[in-house]
Design a protein around this ligand. Structure first.
Ligand SMILES: NC(=O)c1ccc[n+]([C@@H]2O[C@H](COP(=O)([O-])OP(=O)(O)OC[C@H]3O[C@@H](n4cnc5c(N)ncnc54)[C@H](OP(=O)(O)O)[C@@H]3O)[C@@H](O)[C@H]2O)c1
Length: 256
């Protein structure tokens, strides 16, 4: 893929996977629209992107604000002519007592950011991609979206919804020049997983994970799940009958 010619709209750019992806793609010469709430972090990241050989613009807003995402996408398109790739990455783990207690406001927040935030981003870029018959939507979903997980109802639901949303969109755009890539990572060391005491099997270093994200985008994979060990276990779990799944997954001590 000729990254030098690509204009990328990246949500959740201020830390973790988004930040590392921004630097890696800037190093390849890409133009990036960095979107998240923490402006100071993104300004610093934008300078690092430019020093690495890329071009970067900063848009500080909340993904749940549909109008703000539209404005950011418009500004990026106005300056660079188009958006080639959306990476819908913004998300929260919802790892707190309110969410685990299934308090509706807390659950809604996780679903609003993780699922509706991605919906807002898709809505801001897809019509123009369809008009140009060219583009790629990338969802940073999760292995947590394959089946329900203990103590993770909100997060798991948000990621299952995200996977289903992007797969459904793919069916609608598959012959219209727009590709859809759904990435389903396991555990990666980022601020989202920092400080967790629960078991995180096959936890990956960010540096080892970033090439896998980029490879999935470059090859326009429909799905990419990693690390392979956890992806294999989670895929096997999908065909377990409910009684067996409940016994095995209900005992698991991890959460995501
Ligand atoms: N780390 C893992 O193990 C793992 C595994 C599977 C999937 N994922 C997914 O990967 C994505 C990135 O996570 P990460 O691990 O890199 O975590 P992270 O370091 O906490 O990054 C999350 C990013 O999302 C942004 N964000 C959160 N709420 C937002 C909002 N309301 N509006 C705009 N931006 C918002 C944050 O920026 P601001 O706070 O500045 O807004 C931040 O840039 C998430 O969707 C996560 O679910 C992570």
């Amino acid at each position: 893929m000729d990254w030098k010619s690509k204009v990328i709209f990246l949500t959740g750019a201020s830390s973790g996977i988004g930040e590392a992806l921004a630097i890696a793609l800037a190093t390849k010469g890409a133009t990036l629209g960095l979107f998240a709430r923490r402006e100071a972090l993104m300004k610093d990241l934008a300078s690092r992107c430019e020093r690495s050989g890329g071009t970067a613009r900063v848009f500080a807003a909340d993904v749940t604000d549909a109008a703000a995402i539209h404005q950011a996408a418009d500004a990026l398109r106005n300056e660079f002519g188009r958006i080639d790739i959306l990476i819908a990455n913004a998300g929260i783990g919802g790892n707190n007592a309110e969410t685990r207690d299934l308090q509706p406001d807390a659950v809604k927040k996780v679903i609003d950011i993780n699922l509706m935030g991605a919906v807002n981003a898709v809505h801001a870029v897809l019509p123009d991609m369809l008009e140009r018959k060219s583009g790629q939507l990338v969802a940073i979903s999760s292995l947590a979206g394959f089946r329900g997980l203990p103590k993770s109802a909100a997060y798991s639901a948000s990621k299952a919804g995200m996977t289903a949303f992007f797969e459904s969109v793919r069916l609608d755009v598959q012959h219209k020049g727009v590709d859809v890539t759904i990435i389903q990572p396991g555990f990666i060391k980022t601020p989202l997983t920092e400080g967790r005491h629960n078991k995180m099997p096959f936890l990956m270093e960010l540096d080892d994970a970033i090439p896998l994200f980029i490879n999935a985008i470059e090859r326009k994979k429909k799905f990419a799940a990693f690390p392979w060990q956890l992806a294999t276990i989670v895929r096997a779990g999908r065909i377990f009958p409910a009684w067996l799944y409940d016994r095995v997954a209900g005992r698991a001590r991890y959460r995501e």
